[in-house]
Design a protein around this ligand. Sequence first.
Ligand SMILES: CC(=O)N[C@H]1[C@@H](OP(=O)(O)OP(=O)(O)OC[C@H]2O[C@@H](n3ccc(=O)[nH]c3=O)[C@H](O)[C@@H]2O)O[C@H](CO)[C@@H](O)[C@@H]1O
Length: 376
Amino acid sequence: MEESIKVIISGGGTGGHIFPAVSIANAIKAQHPDARILFVGAEGRMEMQRVPAAGYDIIGLPVAGFDRKNLWKNVGVILKLIRSQIKARKVIKEFRPDVAVGVGGYASGPTLKVAGAMGIPTLIQEQNSYAGVTNKLLAKQARKICVAYEGMERFFDKDKIILTGNPVRQGLLNPAISREDAIRSFGLDPQKKTVLLVGGSLGARTLNNCVMQGLDKIKQSGVQFIWQTGKIYIDEARAAVARAGEMPMLYVSDFISDMATAYRAADLVISRAGAGSISELCLLAKPVILVPSPNVAEDHQTKNALALVNKNAALYVKDAEAGGRLLDTAIETVQQAGTLNELSTNIARLAFKDSANIIADEVYKLAVNYKKEHGR
Ligand SMILES: CC(=O)N[C@H]1[C@@H](OP(=O)(O)OP(=O)(O)OC[C@H]2O[C@@H](n3ccc(=O)[nH]c3=O)[C@H](O)[C@@H]2O)O[C@H](CO)[C@@H](O)[C@@H]1O
């Protein structure tokens, strides 16, 4: 008989952690409509809006990240961590989950640590080709570790690892809209080549500077751009565009909710090398120029990017060189049909097609075993 299970999913901070979490939740619900799912996030972070928007309940912990530069500031962080563990314990006692899933980011630390200590099976999902600190700490207790890159036995016990790929939002695949309509929906011209420029879920200063300094070049290029700036950069970006005068070939926004349409519109993408973005680009076979962020732990975006670049599946521009050549490379490449085709064929080979369902299966198995063992 079908068992109804209760699942806690925890983590967040950026889209790269939140969207895989939502995708896993959707897959669990699709397979087991009776399943009850509760998210645990970090107060004030992006998940507190995005998760309810996806239709799930979320509870926030007062957790914050360690300040690696000013160590003395971490006294407050440790107090918050203790308060978070106390709250996580209360949430777990009340909800009584059969399994806890961690997707990385601040909240998953206290939640999975407490869940594991209470004997609840835990599963972690590591999006990147280099394991994050939180996931490394949680790995010892975890029963299963779902990863997206080969070679992760450098960080984790190989018997626990399952190579699943990163789950992407279900709505991103097979969009019904045509390329032409997608381009029109951004107020652009379907006759022209279109470049989508995304700086990850929070935006990227380097990419934004390239556009702001290259507005004249864009005007004269014959190519059009969909430009996502990130929330904190949007005012500066709009002011620069206003100063540049009429720019019908440029659409600018802080955040694109409908990424399916944006990808559909794009002949070429310029992107940071966040793991979630890369998984989407693989599944949608999109030609891309990757500009890894140098500001992330252990430089993991460069490692994510090189996994593709070494297979001729993406072009690569270093952050430090972007100012000098990113726009020129994009404007040239988007007009070379042969290069675009080759990049598209090669990147598609790296796609993992069914990640969310495979992870949902593992979550279900852990939960059902736990219920059996505990007579629930
Ligand atoms: C600065 C930082 O810490 N970045 C990390 C963060 O990236 P970040 O949050 O940028 O994550 P990803 O590139 O993994 O994913 C971004 C997600 O946001 C979506 N999106 C983006 C822009 C937009 O306007 N609308 C939108 O919906 C994308 O479609 C994608 O689903 O988590 C990733 C996964 O652990 C890491 O690899 C990144 O290094």
